[in-house]
Design a protein around this ligand. Structure first.
Ligand code: GLV
Ligand code: MG
Length: 336
């Protein structure tokens, strides 16, 4: 199938910043959520800047309706009061059909200037949602005199959005990537759960008996299909895929294993909603030193990336060289 050209972006005025053709290579292992209406949380920003790859001021779900204005103003304050250096600054605005979305955009873009890197747009259903935000940003950027375009990160969290994931990925050169939103997706699909991501003890299959042993249920990954679909859509358009939130802070093992599945399947990071998830994401989304050592052996054994060699009894060829390069490049980025 032909790739859909990214032809929808039409800057409305001369002077609009050129959209990126290739995304900046930067570490985004965790997108750390901060509720900006809480002063105590805003006070932690200087400390967080050195600990996380991305700080996100959350304006959407989990912010009560009567705190939406304070959250928006709090985000502007945290953006203007702090220096973020290499750390990304993102915001999650309210969804397009909420009473807050337009004010989020109109107040934030002119106020925070070039400090804002990415807008996370929730509940994206199709490319039309991205086009709408794209056009509004083009106007606001010119008005605000921005020198770089604000990128868009879509949350994949409705059945309609999953159906349209490829069109969403190709909707604009502003697209940065996508995150799985398992909580809203569960509701949108009519799943019978009350959780924010992760597995479920009832989503399991019974294994075959092993030498007369009792049958053991094996839990399945509820999110495998959507993550795989999202990764393919993102990578085919050069975007970055992410696992989203994991809500059970009392179960770091389950969180780690959900993050690890996503990492192995191609995701670059996940959301951290609690300070304990920062180090966990850092660990999971940085390549394992043993994997890096093995990957380096492959690169060294095939300097031009072609041919076939045996290493530790395993066949390596051009395709495993490419896999190895991804791991080695990521390790270099982490070390830099
Ligand atoms: C995130 O927004 C989710 O709904 O999981
Ligand atoms: Mg959601």
């Amino acid at each position: 199938m032909e790739k859909t050209p990214r032809a929808f972006y039409t800057p409305l005025a001369i002077g609009a910043p050129e959209p990126f053709r290739e995304l900046p290579v930067t570490l985004e292992r965790m997108i750390h959520f901060v509720p900006p209406h809480i002063e105590k949380m805003r006070a932690k920003i200087p400390d967080l800047v050195s600990k996380v790859d991305v700080i996100l001021g959350n304006l959407e779900d989990a912010i009560p309706a009567d705190a939406k204005t304070d959250a928006r103003r709090g985000f502007i304050q945290m953006a203007t009061d702090n220096e973020f250096g290499e750390t990304g600054l993102w915001t999650r605005v309210n969804c397009l059909n909420s009473p807050w979305f337009l004010d989020d955009l109109m107040e934030i873009v002119p106020a925070v200037g070039d400090k804002l890197d990415v807008i996370m747009l929730p509940k994206v259903e199709g490319p039309w949602d991205i086009h709408y935000l794209d056009q509004l940003l083009a106007q606001l950027e010119v008005k605000a005199g921005r020198s770089k375009p604000i990128l868009i990160h879509a949350i994949l969290e409705t059945a309609e959005g999953v159906k349209n994931v490829e069109a969403i990925a190709g909707a604009s050169p502003r697209m940065h990537g996508m995150s799985l939103g398992p909580a809203d997706l569960a509701a949108s699909r009519g799943m019978k759960t009350t959780r924010v991501g992760g597995g479920h003890p009832d989503y399991a299959v019974l294994s075959d008996p092993i030498e007369g042993a009792a049958r053991t249920p094996y839990q399945q990954d509820l999110w495998h299909y959507t993550v795989a679909k999202m990764v393919d859509a993102c990578l085919s358009y050069g975007l970055k895929p992410f696992y989203g939130p994991f809500g059970d802070f009392s179960d770091p093992d389950a969180c780690e294993s959900q993050f690890r599945n996503a990492f192995l399947m191609g995701c670059l990071g996940a959301w951290s909603l609690h300070p304990t998830q920062i180090d966990l994401a850092k660990k999971v989304f940085s390549p394992d030193p043993d994997e890096v050592t093995f990957a380096k052996k492959i690169i060294d054994a095939m300097p031009d990336g072609t041919g076939a060699v045996m290493i530790d009894g395993k066949m390596q060829d051009d395709a495993t060289w490419k896999q190895a390069k991804i791991i080695v490049d990521l390790a270099k980025l982490v070390a830099s």
